[in-house]
Ligand binder design. Structure first.
Ligand SMILES: [Zn+2]
Length: 163
């Protein structure tokens, strides 16, 4: 059974649909020789172009060093100077009928940069979409203090950020 906040893809606005399609495209790049469970994710950046950065899960034969699609997208974006986001989408196969949502590690990492950010979760068919937010995915979170926003805005060297 799907949660109450699940809506048909066709009912979403154009930007949400575009974000989900980017996650779906990202999923096609997944490197998953061990789990065979491909996941795609995409972040919309809060910049003038509303850049979309997509990612996929990348596994390793040393299983723990594998990385999820959400954190791939996030690290790609942050490494390109993008630190503020207005949307996250995730696309993966359903498991026992349930849509696949981000793991706990990804929820924590995404919340570092995107609090109260809309999240759209769907399966590769892009039929039904679970609509939620980053803060709903991780209630009572260990969240960064407001003072760290100064640090996140710092784009200079590490030394410059340590004040
Ligand atoms: Zn994860």
């Amino acid at each position: 059974m799907l949660p109450d906040n699940t809506v048909p893809f066709s009912k979403l606005d154009e930007k949400a649909q575009e974000l989900l399609m980017a996650a779906s495209a990202g999923r096609k790049q997944a490197y998953v020789p061990y789990s065979r469970f491909a996941v795609g994710a995409a972040l919309r950046c809060r910049d003038e172009a509303q850049t979309i950065v997509a990612g996929c899960n990348v596994e390793s034969c040393s299983y723990p060093v594998s990385i999820c699609a959400e954190r791939t997208a996030l690290t790609k974006a942050v490494s390109e100077g993008k630190r503020h986001f207005t949307g996250l989408s995730v696309v993966a196969e359903r498991v026992e009928g349930r849509l696949t949502s981000p793991c706990g590690m990804c929820r924590q990492m995404v919340l570092e940069f995107a609090q109260d950010c809309p999240v759209y979760i769907s399966s590769p068919e892009l039929d039904q979409v679970l609509v939620t937010t980053t803060s709903r995915l991780l209630p009572h979170a260990f969240a960064p203090p407001k003072s760290s926003l100064v640090l996140s805005a710092c784009r200079s060297t590490t030394d410059d950020c340590q004040q």
